[in-house]
Design a binder for this molecule. Structure first.
Ligand code: 5GP
Ligand code: SF4
Ligand code: MG
Length: 456
């Protein structure tokens, strides 16, 4: 998911700024979009299924006027894809109204939910955010600040939150810093965003990242910082650098673009091959492919073109249509492929279905050899922190050896970036990064099925 928040007085276009921010964060979630605004103690909101540009129009944005606003784009990893699960979540409790947007996944939401239900709480959605909102409501008598501190300490897992509460914009980052969240300055106001690329689009200047285990409270007095946990291991998600984040973002000081170039260069050193051209599976493999080409001195060419006008909100009724969809999305540039030995770079192999279809298309277009190089290690373990790397039996890297995967996808050779190579490309040590889906080293206790040796 992606979250965005803004605190800016006397701006008649506040919801439009959130809209721009959300369009920029659209890659982080395509299922639903929503905006909540605060004015004179009241919170108004609008949310629906679909892309940001499908959900909002001029009229809706004009109605959403206020001094504080938050927005959300959703990518579901827990809770089904229903409108009631769209965010921001707006709830009323004894202390007033609160709006909350969450990126991440909690590992103890079910436990807390069940405890709250035992005490008479009623839940209307199946999302973790409602658990967080209810915890804040439960502690409201202690004051909003203490309530948010208590709630943040009680929940476990990944959370980057943007909250409107008591006339303040509040940002919270989980103690491991699994999901990114940064702060920007815009005139007299402030912005919170999942990624720095969303700051620049509204003309804001990057100030800093929210620290792992930090709550930032933004109002007319500026930014107040509360550190509620300083002892947890830092574990920014390495998959953000591999695939999830936009290349023009900088996460905790590290450029995503630079790390992808570097991943491609290291991959070329770890798995060299004689070939005529380097190409990528667009768009996610392209930056690494440029790095691979630079290092290997094999020219980079486009071998596949992506249709830019396809959203991801397609209904995919049956297998046949799903297969046609791949052709709708990607087409082969025959003149770069025919008779050639190709290095095909992709950012990751999750289920293995995409690679197989693409290699098939390339062979039918006359490719002589297809050598697949992947700019991340094999995905072997499920993510519990908000990336959709599913149950282990669906992960081809968990059930197959590299040689078996090569055969299954029909490649002439296959090479993955090593875990050490990945860390090096991001220029951070394993002390600062989560690599659990590749290494099985989770930064915290995860549900039983996360056990290295168990399959769900
Ligand atoms: P698969 O191997 O599952 O067929 O597809 C892997 C491709 O999907 C990768 O190249 C990557 O670009 C993309 N991908 C990786 N992780 C995710 C994810 O969590 N969600 C979505 N929608 N795509 C992903
Ligand atoms: Fe990111 Fe993988 Fe860790 Fe999940 S398990 S947070 S995808 S590195
Ligand atoms: Mg891809």
């Amino acid at each position: 998911c992606g979250v965005f928040g803004i605190y800016l007085k006397k701006c008649s276009e506040i919801s439009r700024l959130v809209y721009f921010g959300l369009v920029t964060l659209q890659h982080r979630g395509q299922e639903s979009a929503g905006i909540a605004v605060y004015k004179d103690g009241k919170i108004q909101y609008y949310k629906d299924m679909g892309l940001v540009r499908e959900v909002f129009n001029d009229n809706i944005l004009k109605r959403l006027d206020g001094d504080i606003a938050i927005g959300h784009v959703r990518y579901s990893t827990t809770g089904e894809s229903y409108i009631s699960n769209a965010q921001p979540l707006v709830v009323h409790y004894k202390g007033g109204a609160i709006a909350l947007a969450h990126n991440g996944n909690l590992v103890n939401a079910d436990k807390i939910r069940s405890k709250l239900e035992d005490n008479g709480c009623i839940f209307q959605t199946s999302i973790d955010s409602e658990v967080i909102a209810n915890l804040i409501a439960k502690y409201y008598k202690l004051g909003y600040k203490e309530a948010i501190i208590r709630a943040s300490k009680e929940i476990k897992g990944a959370f980057a939150l943007a909250i409107i509460c008591e006339g303040k914009l509040i940002g919270v980052r989980d103690p491991n810093g699994l999901r990114p969240l940064c702060i920007g300055k815009l005139g007299d106001g402030y912005i919170l965003a999942s990624e720095s690329c969303a700051l620049h689009v509204v003309g804001a200047e990057y100030i800093r990242d929210v620290k792992p285990g930090e709550i930032v409270i933004i109002d007319d007095n500026g930014i107040q910082s509360v550190i509620y946990d300083e002892f947890s291991k830092r574990a920014l998600c390495s998959f953000e650098f591999v695939y999830f984040a936009r290349p023009d973002s900088v996460l905790d000081g590290q450029s995503v673009y630079k790390s992808r170039i570097e991943a491609g260069r290291i991959l070329a050193r770890e798995h060299p091959v004689d070939a005529d051209i380097v190409m990528s599976v667009p768009d996610s493999g392209t930056v690494a492919a440029i790095g691979y080409a630079e290092e290997s001195k094999i020219p980079f060419r486009e071998g596949l073109l992506k249709n830019k006008y396809l959203g991801r909100t397609f209904i995919q009724p049956d297998q046949k249509i799903r297969e046609l969809m791949v052709k709708l999305k990607l087409s082969v540039l025959r003149e770069n492929v025919e008779g050639k030995r190709l290095v095909l770079i992709d950012d990751s192999i999750v289920r293995g279905t995409t690679s197989k279809r693409i290699i098939d298309m390339l062979r039918r277009a006359g490719a002589k050899q297809v050598h697949v190089r992947v700019s991340s290690p094999p995905v072997k373990y499920s993510c519990y922190f908000g990336i959709d790397t599913p149950t282990r039996k669906q992960l081809i890297g968990a059930t197959h050896s590299v040689e078996e995967i090569r055969k299954a996808i029909g490649a002439d050779s296959l090479g993955y970036l090593s875990v050490e190579g990945l860390l090096k490309s991001i220029n951070m040590t394993s002390e600062k990064l989560c690599t659990a889906c590749f290494s099985g080293n989770y930064p915290m206790k995860v549900p039983e099925s996360g056990n290295k040796y168990l399959f769900e």
